[in-house]
Design a protein around this ligand. Structure first.
Ligand code: ARG
Length: 466
């Protein structure tokens, strides 16, 4: 980073200082490497402020126009990458004001009338996060769409449903994918709630107490797309719960993604082989030629730690912090920005992985037939057809499983006589319900795994997501 102004005391508060800051002081104090990512929001906020100052005749219309033009030029410079950042200019607010002075002279000094960096940074950060939340809500929608497409393709593909990672009951792969569509919908809801609650404007709270200038806070709030100005100036400059709330929604979303990522690792594991990633999303090993590793899914699984860490970091910054502003709060942006760019990457990667994975219907169906996965269907049949209570039926079915296990066969491979040796009321018709396909097909209760139900839900989602 270039050096400038170093021989002078700080131009913003030089009046009461004799010496410039120590290098170390500058190093710990500077936030420009982080808040340069809010340059756009900073300028947007400043333009809204200066237009309001003009409209309220706190500065002249001509001054407001000169400042606005200068700010617009700075926005162009930043966008083009022509803007220089200097360590000793601490943060983005000081950078913009210093450049504005270079461009339009001392009238730039009027920009900061009736404003402080405290309300300014709170406004910038809310604007930044609002945009990030909108972006991530859209990404979650994209991932839901990708999942619905694959769910449609595999609406009737059977795989073993697991509990405790042990074979439980056959389910359809479409149904399994739709479970994630539901989870992601709640993630979008949480991100949206965070967005709604953060959308109030701190600008005009000034340092902490409001201002004696006759400003119009409604005007700046409207200009910046906020729902209303914040009602308490202390709260406006001190609150970062909006960032915590957004982070907590990001954490939960990342946790949900990590579960899908983990299942992808499982589906593609040696010895399971339900799914394969193409070469585009597989990695090899530098030593073992046979390898085909699911690194992208593993990394999505792992990045949950980083996003959760961001939440922890901000919680601890804010814990016990008195009103109003303390410089501690400058540590708020880095974790939030890192968490949201990480979440963005994870969501984009998951969209790609969901589209890429190829499932092996035969292997899944074969596995779904093993592990006595239809023992519950047998118990249900005994309730329906032989008048047993579910407890009795559970016991009988368990004894039949035990017999099959001793014989080293599946339930379908037992003879009717063998079954009848345990329960005389069993009839040949029972074999109809013992296949995993029929088991899944029979689970037609609302929200159940039957292909009919899956198709019903797919149609609902298709309508909702367009
Ligand atoms: N860079 C600061 C931040 O991010 C801006 C606010 C500075 N305010 C102050 N009172 N020093 O929090």
């Amino acid at each position: 980073m270039a050096q400038k102004d170093n021989d002078k005391v700080n131009p913003l508060w030089g009046g009461r200082f004799k010496d410039s800051a120590d290098d170390l002081m500058q190093t710990i104090n500077a936030s420009i490497n982080i808040d340069r990512h809010m340059a756009k929001q900073d300028i947007t906020g400043s333009i809204a402020h200066v237009i309001m100052l003009g409209a309220c005749e706190i500065i002249t219309k001509a001054e407001a126009e000169a400042i606005t033009n200068g700010l617009q030029q700075i926005a162009v410079e930043i966008e083009a990458g022509d803007f220089e950042f200097f360590q000793e200019r601490e943060d983005i607010h000081m950078h913009v004001e210093a450049r504005l002075t270079e461009l339009i002279g001392s009238v730039a000094g009027k920009l900061h009338t009736a404003r402080s960096r405290n309300d300014q940074v709170a406004t910038d950060f809310r604007l930044w996060l609002r945009e990030a939340l909108d972006g991530q809500i859209a990404m979650v929608r994209k991932l839901q769409q990708a999942l619905v497409l694959r769910a449609e393709e595999y609406a009737d593909a059977i795989l073993p449903g697991l509990t405790h990672l042990q074979t439980a009951q056959p389910v359809t792969f479409g149904h399994h994918l739709l479970a994630y569509v539901e989870m992601l919908d709640r993630d979008a809801g949480r991100l949206f709630d965070a967005r709604k609650r953060l959308n109030e404007c701190p600008l005009g709270a000034a340092a902490l107490a409001g201002t004696a200038f006759a400003i119009d806070r409604q005007q700046t709030s409207d200009a910046l797309g906020f729902d209303q100005p914040m009602a308490n100036s202390l709260d406006a400059v001190s609150s970062r719960d909006f960032a915590l709330e957004a982070l907590s929604a990001a954490v939960i979303c990342a946790v949900n993604l990590s579960r899908l990522a983990d299942e992808m690792v499982y589906w593609t594991a040696t010895g399971i082989g339900f799914g394969t990633f193409s070469d585009k999303f597989s990695t090899g090993s530098s030593i073992m030629p046979q390898k085909r590793n699911p690194d992208a899914a593993e990394l999505v699984r792992a990045k949950t730690g980083r996003i959760t860490g961001a939440f922890q970091a901000l919680v601890l910054v804010l814990k016990g912090l008195p009103l109003a502003y303390s410089k501690d709060m400058q540590e708020d942006k880095e974790p939030v920005m890192d968490a949201f760019s990480t979440l963005d990457l994870c969501l984009r990667v998951m969209c790609a992985l969901v589209g890429d994975i190829q499932m092996n219907r035969e292997k899944m169906a074969l596995a779904a037939g093993g592990g006595f996965a239809t023992a519950t269907d047998l118990a249900d049949w005994l309730v329906r057809e032989a008048g047993k209570t579910f407890r009795e039926a559970h016991h009988i079915s368990g004894s039949i499983v035990k017999l099959a296990e001793e014989q080293g066969v599946d339930l379908t491979q037992l003879s009717l006589e063998q079954m009848q040796s345990i329960e005389s009321e069993i009839r040949g018709q029972v074999f109809d319900i013992l296949s995993p396909q029929n088991s899944a097909k029979s689970r037609t209760s609302y929200g159940g795994t039957a292909p009919d139900q899956v198709v019903y839900q797919i149609n609902k989602w298709k309508e909702r997501l367009t």
